[in-house]
Design a protein around this ligand. Sequence first.
Ligand code: IDP
Ligand code: MG
Length: 153
Amino acid sequence: MADIQRTLVLIKPDALQRELVGEVLSRFERKGLKMVAMKMMHLNEEVLADHYAHQKEKPFFSSLVKYMRQTPVVAVVYEGLGVINEVRKVVGATNPRDADAGTIRADLSMDIGSNMIHASDSVEASDVEIKRFFKDDELFTYEKLTDRFHFCW
Ligand code: IDP
Ligand code: MG
């Protein structure tokens, strides 16, 4: 069985501008995910340089930073069994034009430069990313009563 993991989601400025934050959160809720943290944040260039360090040399890096600073983002942490992969499945491929129908990126967006959402891609990344955006006391522990319907072991 998969391990209990946590994963970081950022709902990006195009989703805020297009009033799709509720739609995105609703898709994760309907999946049955347990939210353990959420807040709005305006990201500065330093945080974005860390978060997107793997894209720093790419020609689109400055437009990526500009895009991510257009509005605050909504940062969310989900927790659950194998949640990193489950969230990436719901989010879809980086380029919405390659994403499978039914995913957030395929259904709600059309361009790699405004793909609505970030989600951690590994256990190592989620550890670093959650610490980057949340303090320990912003992460909540509670019993989610509907888990008994989502996990019938
Ligand atoms: P991911 O968000 O699916 O994990 P990454 O490869 O980690 O994808 O890229 C981070 C972000 O950089 C993407 O979500 C997207 O916003 C942006 N990005 C990646 N490739 C391109 C590109 O070719 N043009 C413009 N933006 C890009
Ligand atoms: Mg990535």
